[in-house]
Write a protein that binds this ligand. Sequence first.
Ligand SMILES: Nc1nc2c(ncn2[C@@H]2O[C@H](COP(=O)(O)OP(=O)(O)OP(=O)(O)O)[C@@H](O)[C@H]2O)c(=O)[nH]1
Length: 426
Amino acid sequence: MIFGNCLFIQRQRLFYLHGLRSWARAFAMQQKFKDKIIIKVKAGTGGAGCSSFGREKFVPFGPADGGNGGDGGSVYIATKSGTFNNLSHLMGHYKASAGTSGKGGNRHGSIGSSLILYVPPGTTVKEIQNLNEEEEQNSTYSVQWVQRPGNERLPIQALEGPSFEEEAERQAQELFHCKSPPANAYPIEYNMMDDDGKPRILCRGGIGGFGNVHFLSEKNRSPKFATKGMKGQSKVFELELKTLCDIGLVGLPNAGKSTLLNSLTRATSDIGEYEFTTLQPHLGTVRLVSDNHVPVSFSLADIPGLIEGASDGRGLGFEFLRHIERAKLLCLVIDISPKAKIPCTEAFQQLWKELKEYNPKLLERVSIVIANKADISAEKQLEKLKDVVSRNGQSITVIPVSAARREGMDTLLRCMADLYTKMKIV
Ligand SMILES: Nc1nc2c(ncn2[C@@H]2O[C@H](COP(=O)(O)OP(=O)(O)OP(=O)(O)O)[C@@H](O)[C@H]2O)c(=O)[nH]1
């Protein structure tokens, strides 16, 4: 008996430790998972142009040969599927390197190295602040000189027309204008889809300064000045990841969404008897051959439990409702067992109401109601649920399943594949 007691205590301890470990894992995951982040991005400054003259034996006053500064590096953003599933790898600040200065002998400075930030497909990028806005709004660039033209002795002819400084400034303005790319539409807004990793610009690097060669004119045969490089763009962006999935599993906490996702796919979403085991969306992929012998593949997402008032921000609120927005089809998972905290009919109405209040268009995407835990429920519950569902949406199919025992999975998968293919054709 004593021996039996010891075993019981040890088992209890093991259960306790297991619970603690899974809770710690869930907590760590929550810390790591980031689906919204604000980043400050700065492109590199252009290198300065050089003011120099050729010097050779027996040629004491050679021609102007100052090279241009290199352009500053730019910052881009691109998608990389399969590598990241959230935005936690990103830092708060990114800066591309500056271009180097030009040198004598017509040697141009090197271009600053650019940066590419990788994000998972489904990320939206929104420019929220332009830190150089004032400068960019002025159509004329404020030209900065390496050696001001005012230090020169002005040739006599220059006094007749525009002043020598004005002439040099105009020339520099023209050069910068020719070299600068067309301005971005303000503010930048990207919807990063899986577009083969094609990079999109976030901040453009500054144009490198012009060497004194560019300021040779009839009036001035030995210009002793060059321009500084331009500043790179500097902006603040908000990145938000909205899970991209074909079919989203939506339900109240503990309805069995994670169990269902794990049963239907090879995903390993956390399962627990406590509510909000799932704190972040999990994705799985279903591949099957349809009744017409056509291969069908779609992604399924287990979206964290929805609670009453989520549309007003209660519980995890908007944090996960935004993940639902991107799903092409929605399946409502309802616990029909007698153990359920809320009767299945009420659960369905609660989900319907929350979706409607958040975005009524979401209701058009609800195509299947999955009556889960059918293994421990009575037929009566299922009938009641079917009755309520038919009153709200005529075209919604109710499918009883047991995710834990993997019963009804085949019918459910065929129905999902069917609806998904029809939706794609439409
Ligand atoms: N009897 C029975 N139990 C099930 C079934 N499906 C899930 N469960 C149990 O229900 C509990 C909750 O399952 P989860 O899959 O974690 O539920 P969830 O909807 O993901 O929960 P949240 O993460 O809180 O949103 C677990 O204890 C599962 O073992 C089923 O078909 N039959």
